[in-house]
Design a protein around this ligand. Structure first.
Ligand code: FAQ
Length: 315
């Protein structure tokens, strides 16, 4: 006879998914709640930097694409909150933790979107980095998270392409447009690398998350993939790579790169980035303004339930 813990590890090793009603160690559950809810918060807060440009998109086509992309991000947040709720937590508590600063969201969304080229850079680099991570998370050990990732990755690849297509238009446009594209690349490249988290040696959760197959690849390995795939994309755009120390390493078969500004990273994740306060304040305001929708839905559901009970009793 196996203990529940042994059976859990057997499933993990056999690549079987852990489902909501299965026995799981409390630390596994807590780690998933932390990671999936922070992922959900990132998707929802991530609507703000791009939402900032919907009214200023330069054409109807660009506006329709951006509007639909931002809506998709909201949808991703909803799948991920639902996946987190299967672990026995309430969405309202998760949102309260984000609003109070107790729970984090991706550092990248605390940078401002200053020009239209930033919208291209976000789709290309931010969604691009998110996909590298999320493709790996499609194989995560927790069933609901894995299934959410499969669905989200399909949409993210459209997001990445629309961003790159926008960058191509600018980089191959007038000198002023090309300069705008270069400036957006310069400002978003390093924060995109920070999305993968601290170096493996500094990563508090990685060891456990790798053993439990919550994470399938480490922060540094995923970051390296992104660095390698971005080099030919920058070349195709005809832009200058922002990393002066970037060098092909034939022995490793990868690019060596310059060091990330970790002081900036920790500053941003600890609440002191350019837009941290603004992002959370906006979320609180939008959440309060939407209270009537949640109340109306709760009242409607209660009425429907009462009606069904009445009909059953009458039958
Ligand atoms: N920003 O021990 P680790 C998107 C925190 S989706 C903020 O290495 P872990 C789509 C970390 O939470 C982007 N905090 O942590 C989109 C932990 O803090 P805690 C979101 C960060 O979990 C595009 C502490 O540092 N994607 O962009 C960051 O093992 C466009 C120690 O770090 C995901 O969330 C950071 N960059 O690895 C939407 C993917 N890095 O909890 C709209 C799922 C680290 O102890 C527009 N998440 N921290 O207080 C993951 O893969 C992992 O959670 C990592 C971090 C890799 C992010």
């Amino acid at each position: 006879m196996m203990t529940p813990e042994q059976n859990f590890m057997r499933k993990i090793e056999a690549e079987e998914k852990i489902e909501p009603k299965d026995w799981m160690p409390e630390a596994y559950r807590q780690n998933l709640i932390r990671q999936i809810s922070q992922h959900a918060h990132s998707e929802v807060i991530g609507m703000q930097p791009e939402g900032n440009w919907i009214t200023r998109a330069p054409s109807l086509r660009r506006k329709a694409v951006l509007l639909s992309k931002v809506q998709d991000e909201g949808g991703h947040g909803l799948y991920l909150y639902s996946a987190t709720e299967t672990l026995g937590v309430k969405r309202a508590d998760l949102i309260a933790a984000m609003q109070s600063g107790e729970a984090k969201y991706a550092s990248i969304f605390n940078y401002p979107t200053q020009t239209w080229a930033d919208i291209g850079a976000i789709g290309w680099l931010v969604d691009g980095a998110a996909i590298v991570n999320q493709i790996s998370l499609q194989r995560t050990s927790y069933g609901p998270y894995s299934r959410a990732m499969i669905r989200i990755c399909k949409e993210e690849s459209f997001h990445q392409r629309q961003g790159y297509e926008l960058m191509i238009a600018l980089a191959h446009g007038s000198p002023a447009q090309k300069a705008m594209a270069q400036d957006a690349l310069n400002r978003f490249y390093w924060p995109a690398l920070m999305m993968f988290g601290p170096h493996d040696a500094e990563s508090a959760h990685s060891a456990k998350s790798m053993t439990w197959k919550i994470k399938r690849e480490t922060n540094d390995d995923l970051r390296q993939k992104f660095i390698d795939q971005t080099v030919p994309q920058i070349e195709f755009l005809g832009l200058v790579h922002p990393d002066q120390d970037l060098k092909w390493n034939a022995e490793r078969g990868h690019y060596d790169s310059g060091e990330i500004d970790w002081k900036e990273f920790y500053n941003v994740i600890n609440g002191n980035g350019h837009c941290n306060r603004q992002r959370v304040e906006h979320h609180i305001r939008a959440h309060e303004e939407g209270a009537w929708v949640r109340d109306a839905m709760t009242a409607y559901n209660a009425k429907q339930r009462a009606k069904t009970t009445e009909q059953r009793q009458a039958a």
